[in-house]
Design a protein around this ligand. Structure first.
Ligand code: PEP
Ligand code: MN
Length: 340
């Protein structure tokens, strides 16, 4: 059930409706829109008694939600959510959010060399894992808190926003402290207890699509986060498992318009994990921008052949700079911009 307030509703009237919803034993989620506020209701097992809410001042109408997800759907909010990271960095706006950096933070020198390159090319967000979910327990697992400290230095030195992955509750607390955006990886997309913790975190979440997740499963995973009160979720298509063996995964770009039809959350594309092959990253990045993605997350390494993880899909800083120039032109055709 959604309570649609009318355009003139005052903050006091919105508060009063939220209080009433909580008194009824449910949770209220006021979501401001461009013209009016909608209040989502969660926690109800039976249909909500709408008459008591419809009678309150400022309420336009109560509408039932037709989808299993209540808070991520466009029914609740028509315009795309813009996530404001501060200092003019936004995700979901006309400006594409480009996140670039290594798969893993390996050393201070490595992180700084790559940060300098991606910053010069126009990226405003820096990626790099301090906690790495690896297929093999013998592979490099990340520098943990030491890696987060390096990332915090990158932010201070280069003014880049930090996107980094949390793999469990413990790392989530640390990532929340050091980072600007908490990444939940593909393998954790349905780690429901981690999603609930992410919903209580005070930082935006980058939620990657699971290796075999359907669109509904992705949206329901996001719903877990919003249901706990964190409305700042960025979705990410990173490829799914198919029979194709010319790429590591099959980058499902058709999910972008499909998400945009159903959800108000911004969606970005990861062509690095989506293809797993360096030479395919630029073409699929161009396609992702053309299809209307709100941004890209790209693995960049200054010495890909020496990278401790995902070197074969990492591009050089110079290639990244060329790619930025190309997507700038494609973005312009669509009325969007990429920062210089
Ligand atoms: C990553 O971003 O380096 C990563 C591990 O991604 P994914 O969870 O999509 O595999
Ligand atoms: Mn990686």
């Amino acid at each position: 059930m959604l309570v649609m307030m009318n355009a003139q509703a005052t903050p006091e009237q919105i508060d009063a409706v939220c209080r009433k919803i909580e008194e009824m034993g449910y949770r209220a989620h006021p979501i401001p829109g461009s013209t009016r506020t909608a209040i989502g209701i969660t926690g109800n097992r039976e249909p909500v008694e709408s008459a008591a809410l419809e009678a309150l001042p400022g309420v336009a109408e109560c509408v039932p939600v037709s989808k299993p997800y209540k808070l991520v759907g466009r029914e609740l909010k028509q315009e795309t959510t813009v996530i404001d990271l501060g200092d003019g960095v936004r995700v979901g706006s006309a400006e594409l959010a480009v996140i670039a950096g290594p798969c893993a933070i390996e050393s201070r020198e490595q992180a700084f060399a790559i940060a300098a390159g991606v910053k010069a090319a126009g990226a405003k967000l820096f990626r790099g894992g301090a906690y790495k979910p690896r297929t093999s327990p013998y592979s490099f697992q990340g520098l943990a808190e030491e890696g987060l400290k390096i990332l915090a230095e990158v932010r201070d030195q280069f003014g880049l926003k930090i996107v980094t992955e949390a793999v469990d509750h413990e790392s989530l607390e640390l990532v929340e402290q050091y980072g600007d955006v908490i990444q939940i990886g593909a393998r954790n997309m349905q780690n429901f207890s981690l999603l609930k913790c992410a919903g209580k975190a005070r930082r935006p979440i980058l939620l990657k699509r699971g290796l075999s997740a359907t669109l509904d499963e992705l949206l329901m995973a996001a719903e877990y986060i919003l249901a706990e009160g964190n409305y700042n979720v960025i979705l990410c298509e990173r490829g799914v498992r198919t029979f194709a063996d010319h790429t590591r995964n099959t980058l499902d770009l058709s999910v972008v318009p499909a998400v945009q039809r159903l959800s108000h959350l911004p969606i970005i594309v990861d062509p690095s994990h989506g293809t797993g092959r360096r030479e395919k990253v630029a073409p699929m990045s161009r396609a992702a921008v053309a299809v209307g993605a709100d941004g890209l997350i790209i693995e960049v390494h200054h010495q890909p052949d020496r990278a401790l993880s995902d070197g074969y899909q990492s591009i050089l800083p110079d290639d990244f700079a060329r790619l930025m120039a190309e997507i700038r032109q494609i973005a312009a055709l669509l009325g969007r911009v990429v920062c210089e």
